[in-house]
Every structure is written in C-alpha cells, then in structure tokens.
Design a protein around this ligand. Structure first.
Ligand SMILES: Cc1ncc(COP(=O)(O)O)c(C=O)c1O
Length: 415
C-alpha cells in the first residue's frame, strides 16, 4: 500500500481503527467469580481486619506466604499501597535524616515522595537507553551521604541489576528495587524484588495485578522485615510475628498505619495465581507487534537489560528527534492507536504536559530541579524522543495487526 501524507488520519485520511484500543488495567480486567467469591468469604466471616476477627481467616498472612514463595524471598509484608511499600522499605533499610537515595529521572512521583517521607534527600541519576538507571551515572552521583540506590523497573523493563548491585556492594550502600511497574518480571532468572536488599510492589489499578490499591515488600533479611513490620503497624512492638512464634530482635520505634486489609488480600491471592498467565499474554502480544514493526527504519527500540525478564506492558522506541517523536505520537493518536484514557501513545517527556513520571515535574520534592535540567541532558534527550505504546492483555489479533499497520503507516510519512 502506498502511504501518502494525505492518507494519514492526522491530515484527513481514514484512520487505521475506528475506535480506541482496549483498556490497560491488566489485573482488574481479569477479575471473575474467583475474586468475587474470595471477597464474599471474608465478608461472610465478618473479619475484614488482618490480625483478628470474629471468624478470622488470616487471608493477608496466606497472601504473604504465597507472595514470598512467588518472589523467592524469606519474608514478605502486605501493605496499603506501593507508596506505602516504598516508604516502609526505606525506613526498614534504615534510611533517614541526612541520607541520600539515588533515584532515576524517570520513575513515578511516589519514588521521590517516599524518600522525602523517610526524611532523606532524593538524588537524581540519568536513565540510559533502557529508560532505567544508567549505572555509570549512578556511580557519579554517589557521595559519602548516599545510603541507597532505588532501581525502578519502569514500564515492564528490569533495570541493569548486575551493574547496580556491583556498585552498591562496592560502596557498601543498599539496593532497593521498585517493582511497581514490573510485577512478575525477572532478571537473569531471579524474580524482581528478590535481588536487592528489599523489593517494593504496587497493586494499584494500572498494575499487572491489582486490588484497586495495595502494595507489598519482599526481603530476605529478618531485621529489614522486622523493621518493616513494626513501622507499618504504628510501631507496635509485638503484633504480626505471633503466628510464626517469633519475637522482635529489634528495639521499638515509631511507625505509621499501612496495614493491609483482608478484602484486598483476598483479591490479591486470586490475582497472584493469574499473574504468570497475564504476563505471558502481554509478552506474546508485544513480541508479535515488535516483530511486525522490526523492519521500520528510523526507529530504535528501547534497550532491554534482560529481554527474558521484561513483562511487555509497554513498547517504547526512539525516533531521531524530539519533533519527530511528537509528530509520530500525534499521528498514531489520530489513527486511533491509543487506549481510551488517551494517555498512550505518548512521548515519555512532553515539556508542557503534567506527568508525575518525569523528574521535571518533581520540583516540589527536589526544589529547583527544573533549573538544573542541563545536568540531566541525557535523560531529557532520551525521554523526549521515546514514543510509548501500551500493550494490553486484551489486545487480540485485530488490535495487534492494527498497531503494526498504524506504526508502519505513520513511520512511512513521519520518519
Ligand atoms: C514506579 C512506581 N512506584 C511506585 C508507585 C506507587 O504505587 P501506589 O500508587 O500503589 O502508591 C507507582 C504507581 O503508582 C509506580 O508506578
């Protein structure tokens, strides 16, 4: 098919699709009777609270056991959100006043927020072509106040954990993995969240499994677990360990209330059993799309530190210039290659658009960051040329073909 400028929907041609792509709420769109029945069981037992109840089922305890088994760590703790999980993990790692935590320029605003909530200072490091932490830049940002590196496995892609773990061990600092956007992913065969000293997870609606809200942490270290347990439960020096007949080996300290509830845990037990199925579907879909557009010239796919470990929730490629990326995105939107929220396809960093994923919008947490943006020119260049397409587990053969056709059609004119 000959593609002319006029054939693009952006310039008056007919679009590849007449309606948007399916929604991108992976876990929730897999809800069925199993989640409903699990919730009803908790309600019928009149026991929605995680530590006791009239006919206590200990669903949260069961979820934690299944979750740590899945991730492959000795301990896990269910929490109210991914932000709560990051905050709890940081406190559990001993991060506090006077400490610095290195975070990537592309993450979610919850990442610097959690560092500030823990009393510490977020320090930015550039991302590389994987859009995760650039290990070389992490090394440059280390000071004698650096306490931890927060590796964010963003948009389904694991960060380069071999290099980051090596740097952490060389400087005797801690490695925290934020797995919120990469649940079910792995790195060199090990599940994400089990490689750093602690892993943090979110089960908010956009995540690969969800209870609407929710979070968890995973760790192999008893002291980190005990500190997390105490912090998340108002600094209570006794609860939570009783079921395992353990006693705290740490001194009590103040905490917050980030306790999970049994209804969310009931949903998450079922969702966890579906996680591998959902990830397999998304990965397969992404593979087909990537293959279908692999010959297109003028696009460069995002680097994958471990292609076997990604979960495929987003397809990202770089165009040669920022202007081409913006035009590419506008043209794809016009072809109806977008989810109903309209947010994707997007260019990861669009200067005028409010978006908590990019450091330029974190000025309230890193005062003045907008004025030193030239310190992060590598990030701004990459993020500004990165076109992103959501990959939903609900995409069928028609959607897959439409996305391929849309990208090829737009590329023929725009690049
Ligand atoms: C990378 C990342 N970290 C942390 C969070 C925080 O999770 P929550 O919304 O559950 O607090 C999110 C998502 O929302 C996220 O995308």
């Amino acid at each position: 098919m000959l593609v002319t400028k006029e054939s693009l929907a952006l310039y008056g041609g007919s679009p590849v699709r007449d309606k948007p792509l399916p929604v991108m709420h992976p876990g929730a769109t897999y809800f069925d009777d199993a989640e409903t029945n699990a919730v009803l069981e908790v309600l019928k037992a009149q026991s929605p609270y995680r530590f006791y109840g009239p006919r206590f089922l200990n669903v949260s305890g069961k979820f934690e056991a299944e979750f740590r088994e899945y991730v492959g760590t000795r301990y896990s703790l269910a929490l109210t959100s991914g932000t709560a999980a990051l905050h709890t993990a940081l406190v559990a790692l001993g991060v506090g006043r006077g400490d610095e935590v290195i975070i990537p320029t592309y993450a979610w605003v919850a990442c610097p927020s959690a560092v500030v909530a823990a009393g510490a200072t977020p320090v930015l490091a550039d991302v590389d072509e994987s859009l995760t932490l650039d290990p070389a830049d992490v090394r440059r940002r280390i000071t004698n106040r650096t306490k931890a590196i927060m590796a964010v496995h963003i948009r389904g892609v694991p960060a380069d954990l071999d290099k980051l773990a090596a740097i952490a061990s060389e400087y005797q600092i801690l490695l925290l993995e934020d797995v919120a956007q990469c649940g079910g992913g792995s790195y060199h065969g090990k599940k994400l969240g089990s490689i750093g000293e602690a892993g943090s997870f979110s089960f908010q609606l956009n995540k690969v499994i969800s209870a609407g809200e929710g979070g968890a942490i995973a760790t192999n270290e008893q002291e980190i677990f005990e500190r997390a347990l105490m912090f998340h439960d108002t600094g209570t020096p006794y609860r939570g360990l009783e079921e395992k007949e353990l006693r705290y080996s740490i001194k009590p300290f103040p905490g917050v209330n980030y306790r999970a509830n049994e209804i969310s845990s009931a949903i998450l037990r079922i969702q966890l059993s579906k996680l591998d199925t959902i990830v397999a579907k998304i990965r397969q879909t992404k593979g087909k799309i990537k293959k279908g557009i692999s010959g297109v010239s003028g696009i460069q796919f995002r680097k994958l530190p471990d292609p076997e470990g990604e979960i495929g929730v987003g397809l990202v490629f770089f165009t040669e210039t920022r202007e081409k990326a913006m035009l590419f995105k506008d043209a794809l939107m016009a072809e109806n290659i977008r989810t109903p929220s309209g947010s994707y396809p997007g260019v990861v960093y669009e200067p005028g658009r409010q978006d908590g994923h990019v450091f330029m919008h974190w000025g309230h947490l890193l005062p003045g960051v907008e004025r030193v943006s030239d310190h992060y020119s590598q990030s701004l260049d990459l993020l500004g040329r990165a076109v992103h397409i959501d990959i939903s587990p609900l995409d069928g053969e028609q959607e897959i073909n439409d996305i391929i056709e849309g990208v090829r059609k737009v590329a023929a004119v725009v690049l």
